[in-house]
Design a protein around this ligand. Sequence first.
Ligand SMILES: [Fe+2]
Ligand SMILES: [Fe+2]
Length: 344
Amino acid sequence: MTSCKALFSPTLTANLSKAASKGLLPSTATAAGLRAGCATFRPFDAQSRRHFSGSRKAQLDFFPPPKNLPHIKLTPPAWPHPEVTEDQLKSIEVGHREPDGFSDRVAYNSVRFLRWCTDLATGYRHDPNRPYIMSERKWLVRFIFLETVAGVPGMVAGMLRHLRSLRSMKRDNGWIETMLEDAYNERMHLLTFLKMAEPGWFMKFMILGAQGVFCNGFFLAYLVSPKACHRFVGYLEEEATKTYSFAIEDLEAGHLPGWKNLEAPEIAVKYWNMPEGHRSMKDLLYYVRADEAKHREIHHTLGNLNQAEDPNPFASEYKDDAKPHPSRGIEYIKTKGWEREDVI
Ligand SMILES: [Fe+2]
Ligand SMILES: [Fe+2]
């Protein structure tokens, strides 16, 4: 058994090997430039050799089970995932909020530009009028690249609101925790997909560069206009919801045979509390898509609020609890976010 294989449960390893034999194994890296990062991005399997990879395999075992620690039994997640039903997962829709005003248009066009850059960087094309070029490997490249970026805004927004609360000596009214939970949830997406593939050195370099630019850019932009930044993330999450919806459609249409019988990694089963019989790759994509739709709702809603005074509607209790209202879960999810007059 290779050390790589030892990181996985026998079922998962067998599934990944099966998937690899059905075409998940990448071809030799021949492309240059940005695409080279994709070519060095290797889904795990028993035989895979890790050309161009700079990380030690042990680094990828992010959540090793406790190994007979003398005192600690378990370290549970800081934000357990809210329970969701199958109907709720299936009811998620792709949607778009029309930009309203100058800052909305700036936010929307920035996302469109970033999307174009990301499509180029990840070798993504999903056009029904052109030949199908996606594969399991290409989808994973896209997921991992997107998730490394998606985890940034929540942490930056949470940090800046935390600092503002400290220096102004005023309460934050519940926004910080939702922002940090958002970042945590995105990181769980990343850690889940990293159980299926490992980026090569070029991909890591791209991620480093993207994080450096995006984190600093978002930090400065949030200081200037937090409202526009939440709208920007709302549009970003519209794209994320679309990405996972397309991946689900492709999987259901039989374009991704390597994922047909692939089981979700153990980290995902535990985090989403995936029920027995609903622990496949397809189920996992439904869970992740619902999370992205939730982020879309949260940020579009926060983009509608008074940033300095309004309480966080997703962390509030309502006078009329029977009426649909924002919550941590997706029971009343709104594609375009909640309008201020409906929730505050
Ligand atoms: Fe995500
Ligand atoms: Fe997201």
